[in-house]
Design a protein around this ligand. Structure first.
Ligand code: FAD
Ligand code: NAD
Length: 451
């Protein structure tokens, strides 16, 4: 049977563009890709990249304050949101063009429109065309989830935050995960008054000691944090958005950001009709090869609800292309995936939390908490926390957690050692780099506790 394409990819985000490029450029497949919004997907257009640039913008007042403490006659002016946003838009246009060139350079045919699955070997495009493909890859990512309540139409999500006309003076952020905590810190740094409501403790699932420190520092900077609260309704008034919580309290804000998780983007995609098994939350069910129960249909990235991070989606897409179109079948590895939460203080984490590890086996806990030299000199009250969770039986470092400036950069390197199976003794045998914050990772001699 002949097909129009060897591969049709639905979704031009982190996982989709990687799979399409590798299948076409490295393995010679005839590939098409459909993207309904902007090439590059969530990470490039409305996720990691613009978010990190906003993190940088929000860290400037602190930098100026420190500069003064180090003897510079530096003054901080007002923040020009419109100027920043214009520059941000131009940068995203530049990056999108690079992604687009990457696809055309690899010989991938791009359709700038929505696509749905018409059958196990057919894709229907929004303009009515139906094209056939030997394999179909679902890489449609996720979309913000906002629960149902009266006044839901007044809130924004991370999709809208980069497009705001003006910075709100007072914002309520609902949620307590990555996005809620990152944007609470970003907006506070840019001068917005931030209130954060969540129904449960913040950053649930992360190492509790680290989480507690981050939350303490966020609160100390003036973010009003309330847990155990749910929104009952939101009404628009002359004074702003009046938000009423389940406990009866009412507060008025200029904007409300919902960051209550993301759901897989499979609504109306035609997957169930094509016989593909979906999880109750809509995620595409796949095996370790990213293959669905319909042999010609695969899925990678957030839509599979495995680990919702860009580097993971990229790896899944690459492994899929090598497996199906190359001579090197391989599975994406989901073990010991490091990540960073770009709060202030920043959090880098890899492996098991103390709480998760002690459920599995006896562990030793090593902790070093100190004031970092740079901010201590400037009179700041920042605190660094480095933590290792070590198996008593194998001596392997099962968890490494860092709360510090640039913790994301540090955890990337520690993750290499952990992935190689490094033991605590091998960390200790590594000579320190002095004076750095990271040197504490190789100089913690005595466990603070056994768990
Ligand atoms: C605010 C925010 C910040 C984040 N920060 C980080 C971070 O710092 N680090 C990190 O690792 N991860 C971060 N993430 C997560 C990261 O963005 C995702 O894990 C990653 O983008 C997933 O890639 P993907 O290919 O699965 O999907 P996506 O990148 O979401 O791409 C899916 C694409 O499919 C398109 N699409 C959907 N349906 C169709 C259809 N029917 N037809 C055509 N096109 C369609 C969409 O428009 C989208 O472009 C962040 C996410 C958000 C929301
Ligand atoms: N730095 C990074 O790597 C980064 C940054 C942003 C996002 N991401 C990825 O994107 C994913 C989504 O981020 P997120 O912050 O939206 O989700 P999340 O799953 O991290 O957090 C969701 C939060 O919303 C709360 N919540 C859920 N349902 C609710 C409801 N009905 N009412 C009130 N609160 C509710 C939860 O208690 C939780 O605190 C993350 O899990 C992560 O994988 C990564």
């Amino acid at each position: 049977m002949s097909f129009d394409y060897d591969l049709f990819v639905i979704g031009g985000g982190s996982g989709g563009v990687r799979a399409a490029r590798i299948a076409a450029a490295e393995h010679g497949a005839k590939v098409a890709l459909a993207e309904e919004y902007r090439m590059g997907g969530t990470c490039v257009i409305r996720g990691c990249v613009p978010k990190k640039l906003m993190v940088f913008a929000s860290s400037m007042p602190k930098a100026v304050e420190e500069a003064r403490a180090y003897g510079w006659q530096a003054e901080l002016g007002a923040f020009d949101w419109t100027g920043f946003r214009t520059k941000l838009d131009a940068e995203l246009d530049r990056l999108e063009a690079i992604y687009r060139r990457g696809q055309s350079g690899a010989g991938v045919t791009v359709f700038d429109q929505r696509a749905t699955v018409a059958s196990p070997h057919e894709v229907r495009l929004a303009d009515g065309q139906v094209v056939s493909a030997k394999h179909i890859l679902i890489a449609t990512g996720g979309t913000p989830f906002v629960p149902d309540f009266d006044g839901r139409e007044h809130v924004m999500t991370s999709n809208e935050i980069f497009k705001m006309e003006a910075l709100p003076k007072r914002i309520l952020i609902v949620g307590g995960g990555y996005i809620a905590c990152e944007f609470a810190c970003i907006l506070e740094g840019l001068g917005t008054g931030v209130t954060l409501w969540n129904r449960s403790p913040l950053l649930r699932g992360f190492d509790a000691e680290c989480r507690d420190l981050i939350v303490e520092k966020m609160a100390a900077r003036g973010i009003a944090i309330h847990t155990g609260l749910v929104v009952q309704h939101i009404r628009k008034s002359e004074a702003g958005l009046v938000v009423t919580a389940g406990d009866g309290r009412s507060e008025t804000f200029d904007a409300v950001l919902y960051a209550t998780g993301r759901v897989p983007n499979t609504a109306g995609l035609g997957l169930a009709e094509a016989g593909v098994t979906l999880a109750p939350n809509g995620a595409v069910t796949v095996d370790d090869w990213s293959q669905t129960n319909v042999p010609s249909i695969y899925a990678v990235g957030d839509v599979t609800d495995r680990i919702a991070l860009t580097p993971v989606a990229i790896r899944e897409g690459h492994a899929f292309a090598d497996t199906v179109f190359g001579a090197t079948p391989r599975q994406a590895d989901h073990e010991l995936v490091a990540s960073a939460v770009f709060t202030r203080p920043e959090f880098g984490t890899c492996g098991l939390s103390e709480e998760a590890a002690r459920e599995i086996e006896p562990v030793e806990i090593y902790v070093s908490a100190f004031r970092p030299m740079r901010s201590a000199f400037a009179g700041g009250d920042e605190k660094v926390l480095m933590k290792l969770v070590v198996s008593k039986a194998t001596r392997r470092v099962l968890g490494c957690h860092i709360v510090a400036p640039e913790a994301g950069e540090m955890i990337q390197l520690a993750a290499i050692a952990m992935k190689m199976g490094a033991t605590k003794e091998q960390f200790d045998a590594t000579c320190a780099v002095h004076p750095t914050m990271a040197e504490e990772l190789v100089t913690m001699r005595k466990p603070v506790r056994h768990a």
